[in-house]
Write a protein that binds this ligand. Structure first.
Ligand code: SAH
Ligand code: SF4
Ligand code: F3S
Length: 462
């Protein structure tokens, strides 16, 4: 047992945040206590992302800051975990601030690594040079055990939890680093997932979000039986206490698509929300990205989703400035965004990732200025659509799951101004800001919408 304090910061996606929760849970079990202050912590862990260069640069600058703190407190231990740890491995140990490097597949070892580092031992790196090989049985079991030990005290948002449905990715979109840092695609056994959801529900978790890089490709075989995501959604729906079920991210593939939509339509607990990145509206660029669909097929899938689940909210991702993206390619992307009628979408400037096919074979030939202006243009197109879709909520009543205090104060000065400003989300993922008691965090609430903006609804607690 130990009485040292640990500070953890997450820089990545939901997978990364789930790993942070698992690591937190493991370290607490090992006797460490958590602190919000990096300045005072005995151990600082940074859970990192490699998806774009910008994500890595933020970590590098954080490490610079920690190196500065270490000048006055050389005994402080700094660990880099997650995707960037896997990508850079031993190179990270060359950084003066870094004592521990641990990849996503090795996180079950984290408490051991931290303890070793605190004892002044040097072998504090755990990354694999065989990330693309199927994990051996022992390692797979270690990951499963680690996952199922996920403690309820480590939730990020009260009443909510992430549950991994799948690890890794086999899709190899040409721009993407994820398959190289997260390893092969593996669907977890449905039994393990459902047991975890039950445990979370017993501990008061109302919303679970099933995670996978292509979560709609979930497929688990045992004997003659095969489970797909729709089966998982049905099983999760039967769990008493679980109220809302989400899943991200979906890949535009027709396999299982109808079944999943039908499950969404049939099961009241499954939130009517689909995050289904298109990345581009140009078939030429989609091919170069190794995305296995055309813009036409993608739009047909959205139409089908809306036919089966009429009030569905759809979100997307786009990359602008992919190698070879002409103005004409960009214009068809703008077209696709207009037709798709997303609730919101995330737009990224192409960032070459070392080792990916796009980086090896294609020249990053779109100037940064062009990437920036396409990004701004596409955002503006989407903002108009978001604004129109949001406006439909005016004067309507919505149910939200309350997350806690809203970070941006005074956006809304309607009634109840003496109460704190809270933030919640609807089942369709709309963000709602309203005044109410903080005790509502983790609970459902009904809000009447009094004002709308492209990305946020404002209202009054009913
Ligand atoms: N598995 C998910 C998303 C993974 S990464 C999916 O397939 O949709 C999240 C988003 O980051 C991607 O949807 C993509 O839009 C973006 N992204 C990934 N690699 C990128 C790169 N090299 N440059 C810019 N954006 C990238
Ligand atoms: Fe990356 Fe493509 Fe896999 Fe998503 S589906 S994680 S974008 S390789
Ligand atoms: Fe997530 Fe970034 Fe890794 S997007 S899977 S933390 S590379």
């Amino acid at each position: 047992m130990s009485d040292e304090t640990v500070h953890i910061k997450s820089y990545g996606c939901q997978m990364n945040k789930l790993d942070t929760a698992l690591v937190t849970s493991a370290l607490k079990k090992a006797g460490f206590s958590l602190t919000d202050s990096a300045k005072e912590a005995d151990v600082v862990l940074i859970n990192t992302c490699s998806v774009r260069d910008h994500a890595e640069q933020r970590v590098i600058s954080h490490l610079g800051h920690l190196q500065h703190i270490k000048k006055s407190r050389p005994e402080m231990i700094v660990g880099v975990i997650g995707c960037m740890a896997q990508r850079l491995g031993v190179k990270l140990l060359e950084h003066n601030a870094v004592d521990i490097v641990c990849g996503p597949a090795q996180i079950p070892q984290i408490a051991k690594l931290v303890t070793k580092a605190l004892q002044g031992k040097k072998e504090t790196i755990a990354v694999t040079d065989k990330i693309r090989q199927k994990t051996d049985e022992d390692q797979a079991q270690a990951l499963e055990d680690f996952e199922s030990a996920y403690g309820i005290e480590d939730r990020y948002i009260p009443g909510q939890a992430y549950v991994r449905a799948m690890r890794g990715c086999d899709n190899f979109c040409t721009y993407c680093i994820v398959p190289f840092v997260r390893g092969p695609e593996v669907s977890r056994p449905p039994k393990a997932i459902i047991e975890q959801i039950k445990k979370l529900a017993d501990a008061g978790v109302k919303q679970v979000t099933l995670l996978g890089q292509r979560v709609n490709a979930y497929k688990y075989k045992s004997g003659k039986k095969t489970w797909c995501l729709a089966d998982l959604l049905r099983m999760a729906s039967d769990v008493e206490g679980t109220e809302w079920i989400r899943f991200v991210t979906s890949y535009p593939s027709e396999e299982f698509f109808d079944e999943i939509l039908q499950a969404m339509a049939d099961l009241p607990k499954v939130c009517n929300y689909l995050h289904i990145p298109a990345q581009s509206g140009s078939d030429k660029i989609l091919r170069a990205m190794n995305r296995h669909y055309t813009a036409g097929r993608y739009l047909a899938m959205l139409a089908k989703a809306r036919a089966i689940v009429p009030d569905i909210a759809i979100a997307g991702d786009f990359i602008v400035g992919f190698p070879g993206e002409t103005q004409a390619d960009f214009e068809v992307t703008v077209d696709l965004v207009k037709k798709a009628q997303y609730k919101n979408c995330f737009i990224f400037k192409y960032s070459p990732r070392p080792g990916t096919n796009a980086d090896k074979r294609l020249q990053d030939d779109i100037p940064l200025e062009v990437k920036k202006s396409r990004n701004i243009k596409l955002l503006a197109v989407q903002e108009k659509i978001s604004e129109q879709l949001s406006a439909e909520f005016l004067d309507k009543e919505v149910t939200v799951l309350v997350e806690g205090l809203s970070k941006k104060p005074h956006l809304n000065d309607t009634e109840g101004g003496d109460k704190p400003q809270l933030i919640g989300r609807t089942a369709t993922d709309y963000i709602v800001v309203f005044n109410g008691p903080l005790s509502l965090a983790g609970q459902f609430a009904k809000v009447k919408i009094t004002k709308t903006s492209p990305l946020t609804l404002f209202g009054a607690l009913i």
